[in-house]
Design a protein around this ligand. Sequence first.
Ligand SMILES: Nc1ncnc2c1ncn2[C@@H]1O[C@H](COP(=O)(O)OP(=O)(O)OP(=O)(O)O)[C@@H](O)[C@H]1O
Length: 281
Amino acid sequence: MRSTVPSVAQAGVTSGAAAAAVSGEPPRAPVVLAVDGLVKRFGQMTAVSGVNLEVRAGSFYGIVGPNGAGKTTTLSMVTGLLRPDSGSIRVHGIDVWAQPIEAKRVIGVLPDRLRLFDRLTGAQLLHYSGVLRGLDGDTVRTRSADLAAAFGLEDALHRLVADYSAGMTKKIALACAMIHSPRVLVLDEPFESVDPVSAVNVTEILQKYVASGGTVLLSSHGMDMIQRVCDHVAIIVQGQVLASGTVDEVRGKKSLEDRFVELAGGRKVAEGMEWLHSFSD
Ligand SMILES: Nc1ncnc2c1ncn2[C@@H]1O[C@H](COP(=O)(O)OP(=O)(O)OP(=O)(O)O)[C@@H](O)[C@H]1O
């Protein structure tokens, strides 16, 4: 089933080369991630209801949506962690579910609810992630040192990941997602628990990655960050994409946050909570 509400992109754009040929615009970057008609049900509940996404090479693409909207479920299916009930996902032309090994080679994943081998040290976890992706020991060591410096984890590399703070755990997981220099990074809430200074560093790393042709698809609740950093955004509500396109297309004359609140059903007025103000002592 497809989303019933046309996205901004769906409403206005045909395929890149064809549209460019007609309009005389420069050709657009190729689509590196094509999600078509994705559906996932858990029992009677439909978590993802016909999601379509088109992410082009060199995009910094944000997914936003209220709690329970289906972002993590969508990203889990996109990265081959959760089998869809229907729909297809192609990354660099590779079907994620028909050719999982080939597809996973080009994707770096920061999953939700990190399940890391946390009895390893940070250095061991990076080593494991690197060799699992086919890198040799020397390359892993060089890249681990670079990543640790970039994420400010040098002093923590030889401590157990189980003893890391939430933000440090997020950063080591991000480093593991990047170590094999994938073409596409899919990051579920990469900035959650990350301090503001580290968030700026991580953003800069991702911006450089995108500038050199990499593609980032991330979910976040940080509207300011998405508006500032991402070039494209999709708003998902109740398992459907209600708007997608460039950030400016989606937000129109409003802030992204106001557009999001509007599509998500408006602000709730807190009524009937007078008991909260009648302190029990
Ligand atoms: N394994 C599961 N079994 C049953 N229901 C699930 C499962 N995973 C997700 N759901 C349900 O699917 C819906 C979408 O959840 P999902 O985690 O994708 O939302 P989200 O947009 O990532 O939310 P949040 O912003 O709170 O992280 C929710 O109603 C959730 O309870």
